[in-house]
Design a protein around this ligand. Structure first.
Ligand code: ADP
Ligand code: ZN
Ligand code: ZN
Length: 743
């Protein structure tokens, strides 16, 4: 068999090994990096050619090989460096390379669409049109007007003609007379930008800390990761912008990663004002066509700056110049199902394989990132002052022990709100629970409305009069009677944002309030409308979940209050305090960003809690130092490394059987691969914190190691061994490396 006809293809199946296919002799041999359609069982799948194979493995019978069905690309779909990146991801996350390739493509490319930009059509004046006298058309007024228009503007987009009220019949007639024609707009040369595309007037004079940061980032054009640690409002965005200036001057591209709801119109317009270059935004509201279009523009060097959320990390660039990850600690960078990657970590690998600088920014870096900076792997750059002369906010803990609360508001807080509102400022109240109330119960018999399919209570939504499980989406009208005793005395327990809004409207009838949570922003465009109205001062009281905490810039907010933090202080999740501290700082960062000093109030039953005291007095980094020491002692990340094996099934006994297999298989492997100096540890199998969700039973096993390479070797071996057992095929199980949510 000659090497020209044999291919290695990464196919999107759970099996991690590549597959061999033949290229029929009457078909052109696909290049490495091209998509091919292949038969797989009874299906046809789109795979990626990863190699031309010289010799077949002895174990494979050549007569059993199948042929590819078609080739979708003439040239490699992604840059060659992507093979390294995606292979790394496949090994690190223990996930099939074929699936990863598939997920790294926009949806339309997965479905077999061609990877070419749709040509843009335009109307153009012909040579004949140029010399034709307007008088010749005097009996066709509409055509005459069109010709006159085109002689003034020889190239017009179809939309421009429409906007100028030229109708189809006149266009058609002029086309038939050979005066105008529809032509393809020529594609501009790639990466046609330089320092002239930077709007110098928009630039701010950097303060000394910012200037040092920009210089340190720009001292290398090769790989280096910088951690820009800057309190909220310290001018991190200005540092990104000035770092990108160099990239643009060199005719290269920059990829800017932002959290899911951090892509505000304000941020976008800052980039657009600064750079007169094509910018592509890849966000969740795009349709498949728009997403593919943006992806292709980046790949072909027709977009200079690409701003996007998690999956944008897979956007190819023709001339990569820099990657920026803003708010690097944000949980939305981690994909929480199937291929459970963290885009922040992939950014490090991508920057290093493409040999370009990476900048991560945060006011509250996650502990893994701080640890890497401590180890000297990342260059640490700090911004300690608020940039625009804004003072930092003052902090206050409100002890709510024994107090009478109104929908969660203490009398002190209500007083404070009044104080700030009466001075014409805005206040922001933060409660991380949407809906009216987190539970519905019967006053007579104690019945609680709980979901039949999950270990969770129904949340009451008063406005549309339904109860809903927030874990599986199950929804019913609010019952009139208790299903247990028939009583009509059904009451709600606890407070959600909807109820809080209701109470606040009663307490402050003279002021307008707005609620920002997943319920109130479901309609497309609703969030933007509310944010604009807030900036317009249409609302004085802003109520929200953490959606409101991210990146938005409200200069008139002077008071920020967090209603309930106690649940996070006493959570079983070892990351809970880190997450709370991040949230606390992000939320506080909303107060007093302009010239008005801000105030932050926190309600708690535990004002003496060491963590709160530390955060309150000394800030996030002092807190992280203490909290990280605790992690080191407890042998937890970032010092130890963790992988979670998740198991799911509708049938409890299938899980029991699989648990037994895990026990039998893992024990000898742990001993073989671990050692005294490189210990490996197993915790579980045990039920997940939410044991039942959407009707399925859920269990988990934690594996921990002090050495990452041992953990990976172990997981690989475990994978192989488990697959040999029948019980592993009867349940759904998956591996989550570096889990951040254990629920
Ligand atoms: P961060 O991203 O760190 O939260 P921003 O970049 O949004 O902070 O900056 C906060 C505010 O400070 C913005 O209004 C910005 O225009 C302003 N700012 C940033 N750098 C400077 C500077 N060097 N001089 C004056 N104003 C600045
Ligand atoms: Zn009852
Ligand atoms: Zn449910």
């Amino acid at each position: 068999m000659t090497h020209e006809t044999l291919l290695e293809v990464a196919v999107p199946t759970p099996l991690t090994r590549p597959f061999n296919y033949l290229c029929p002799t009457d078909m052109k041999l696909p290049v490495i990096g091209a998509r091919v359609v292949v038969p797989f069982g009874s299906r046809e799948l789109t795979g990626m050619v990863t190699n031309h194979v010289a010799e077949l493995d002895d174990s494979i019978d050549p007569s059993k090989l199948k042929s590819i069905i078609s080739t979708l690309d003439d040239e490699p779909l992604q840059p060659p460096s992507f093979h390294k990146l995606l292979t790394w991801a496949s090994n690190y996350y223990h996930y099939s390379l074929g699936e990863i390739y598939n997920q790294s493509w926009p949806a339309l490319l997965r479905k077999g669409e061609a990877a070419t930009l749709q040509p843009v059509m335009q109307w153009q004046l012909t040579e004949q049109g140029k010399i034709t006298e307007l008088d010749e058309l005097k009996r066709a007024k509409k055509q005459q007007q069109l010709l006159a228009h085109m002689q003034q503007n020889p190239i017009q987009m179809p939309q421009q003609l429409k906007d100028s009220d030229f109708a189809a019949p006149a266009i058609k007639a002029c086309t038939e007379k050979g005066l105008i024609e529809l032509t393809e707009k020529p594609t501009p040369a790639p990466c046609l930008w330089n320092e002239d595309n930077i709007n110098q007037d928009d630039k701010l004079v950097l303060n000394p800390e910012q200037a040092i940061a920009v210089a340190a980032i720009n001292n290398k054009t090769t790989y280096q990761t910088s951690l820009l640690l800057g309190i909220t409002g310290s001018g991190k965005t200005e540092v990104y912008l000035q770092a990108i200036e160099r990239v643009i001057s060199e005719g290269k591209q920059a990829l800017v990663m932002v959290p899911e709801i951090g892509l505000t119109p304000q941020t976008l317009s800052r980039f657009q004002r600064r750079f007169n270059v094509p910018i592509v935004f890849l966000h969740s509201a795009l349709n498949d066509k728009e997403r593919l279009d943006g992806w292709l523009k980046a790949k072909q060097g027709l977009a200079a700056i690409i701003i996007g959320t998690r999956s944008a990390i897979f956007t190819p660039m023709l001339k990569p110049g820099m990657i920026i990850v803003d708010e690097e600690h944000d949980g939305s960078f981690k994909q929480q199902d199937t291929f459970r990657y963290n885009a922040r970590d992939l950014a490090v690998v991508r920057a290093s394989t493409e040999n370009i600088p990476l900048v991560m920014g945060s006011a509250t870096p996650c502990f893994e990132t701080i640890h890497n900076a401590d180890l000297g792997k990342y260059q640490l750059l700090t911004l300690t002052k608020r940039a625009a002369n804004a003072s930092t906010a003052s902090h206050q803990l409100i002890d709510i022990k024994g107090l009478q609360l109104q929908s969660g508001l203490s009398p002190q807080l209500i007083e404070l709100m009044r104080h700030h509102l009466d001075r014409g400022n805005q206040v922001m109240i933060f409660l991380n629970r949407r809906g009216y109330a987190p539970a519905l119960l019967c006053h007579e018999c104690g019945w609680i409305g709980d979901c039949q399919r999950c270990d969770a209570n129904y949340t009451v939504h008063q406005q549309y009069r339904y109860i809903q499980c927030h874990h599986c989406g199950d929804q019913h009208p609010i019952p009139y009677q208790c299903p247990g005793c028939g009583s009509t005395q059904l009451v709600t327990a606890g407070v959600g944002t909807e109820q809080l809004e209701h109470t606040i409207n009663e307490l402050f009838p003279k002021f307008n309030s707005v609620r920002i949570d997943r319920d109130s922003t479901r309609r497309k465009g609703a969030l933007d409308e509310s944010l604009n109205a807030i900036n317009n001062n249409d609302y004085q009281i802003l109520i929200g979940t953490q959606m409101l905490a991210k990146g938005h810039h409200f200069p008139d907010v002077t008071l920020v209050a967090i209603l309930d933090v106690d649940s996070a202080l006493f959570s079983g999740d070892f990351r809970a305090s880190e997450k709370l501290a991040q949230l606390y700082l992000q939320v506080s960062g909303r107060a007093g960003r302009a010239s008005k000093p801000g105030q932050v109030a926190l309600q708690t039953h535990h004002p003496e809690h060491a963590l709160l005291q530390l955060l309150n007095d000394k800030g996030y980094m002092a807190f992280s130092e203490v909290a990280m020491k605790e992690r080191r002692v407890a042998q937890l990340p970032p010092y130890w490394h963790m992988a979670l094996l998740r198991i799911e099934s509708h049938k409890g006994d299938l899980i029991t059987a699989f648990n037994q297999t895990i026990h039998d298989v893992a024990m000898p492997l742990l001993q073989q691969i671990g050692s005294k100096d490189h210990p490996l540890r197993q915790i579980g199998p045990m039920p997940s914190p939410m044991e039942r969700r959407a009707g399925k039973y859920r269990w988990q096993v934690i594996f921990e190691a002090s050495t990452r390479s041992r953990l990976h070797a172990f997981i690989d071996a475990l994978h192989t061994e488990l697959a040999k057992h029948k019980s592993s095929h009867k349940v759904r199980w998956s591996i989550d490396v570096d889990p951040i949510d254990m629920i």
